[in-house]
Design a binder for this molecule. Structure first.
Ligand code: IPE
Ligand code: IPE
Ligand code: MG
Length: 264
């Protein structure tokens, strides 16, 4: 195992807080893409790209803390990633295990609260307990909330919520007329979390790939060309700067237009 494998996840906790932005988005989602291409460019096996991707993840967590982000959701493995070759899937499962084992103590000491979203049923039997342990150990922490989307699929999540509501209705516990957006959200795996303000995707691809389709209804999207293993704090800052230039309207007419109207 290399030095960087065992390096502290948030060792830069002593970094000056000067880069904290007053207008930082509270919740950032990241679609960590481009590991395979990073490796291919170097004639390395895809696994090496994924391994280096874990190092980029550590940098992203440190940067999120330093930049004042409160919630960070990272897309680690999609419900559709099972279609990849078996050895690649096995490698990705192994990396998640290693990440939790190597970094849990460090994340905990840095007050990070871990939450996992996604289907745990179909995971190898040794992973479920590790994920539960990570959540239990960090439950009382009040720093960054790190949400790991593992074996996650947004459509599957929505179907699960609909099925749970349908079962309650069929059993007479729920009046279908009472179902509204807020009630639906309470059945999602992200219940209690704010929606992502910003979704970043690396590697130049411009699609959601089943990442938080419900929750990202009003998110800002920033697509970076950097491949995930090369992602660093400056990439994070670049995305936040772009976010800072956006005007979020949520269906309204926007602050500038509103000011114009009141002035006239
Ligand atoms: C992202 O990198 C990691 C996962 C999807 C698990 P990819 O493995 O998708 O890399 P590319 O898109 O093939 O370059
Ligand atoms: C999305 O990336 C999934 C993760 C980053 C975990 P993919 O590489 O799987 O997405 P597609 O297949 O290019 O849409
Ligand atoms: Mg990809």
């Amino acid at each position: 195992m290399s030095d960087s494998d065992t390096r502290s996840a948030v060792e830069a906790k002593t970094e000056p807080q000067s880069s904290r932005r007053a207008d930082a988005p509270a919740h950032v989602g990241i679609i960590m893409d481009g590991n395979g291409r990073w490796a291919a460019q170097r004639s390395l096996p895809r696994f090496e790209g994924h391994r280096r991707g874990v190092e980029a993840l550590r940098r992203a967590v440190r940067a999120a803390i330093d930049l004042g982000v409160r919630y960070l959701t990272i897309y680690s493995f999609s419900a559709e990633n099972w279609t990849r070759p078996k050895d690649e899937v096995r490698g990705l499962m192994g990396l998640l295990k290693r990440f939790i084992r190597n970094d849990l103590a460090d994340l905990h000491s840095n007050n990070v609260r871990i939450r996992i979203i996604g289907d745990r049923e179909r995971l190898p039997s040794d992973i479920g307990p590790l994920l539960t342990e990570a959540e239990e150990v960090t439950r009382g922490n009040r720093g960054l909330v790190l949400i790991i989307a593992f074996n996650y699929g947004g459509r599957q999540e929505i179907v699960e919520a609909a099925r749970a509501l349908a079962l309650d209705a069929a059993a007479g516990r729920l009046d279908p007329a009472a179902i509204d957006v807020a009630m639906f959200e309470r059945r999602l795996s992200t219940a209690g979390l704010p929606d992502p303000d910003l979704v970043i995707r690396t590697s130049g691809e411009q699609r959601l790939s089943n990442f938080l389709p419900w929750q990202a209804a009003y998110s800002e999207f920033v697509f970076l060309s950097v491949l995930w293993p090369d992602f660093d704090k400056s990439s994070f800052e670049e995305a936040l700067a772009e976010y800072g230039r956006r005007e979020r309207r949520f269906g309204g007419i926007g602050v500038a237009t509103l000011a114009q109207k009141t002035a006239s």
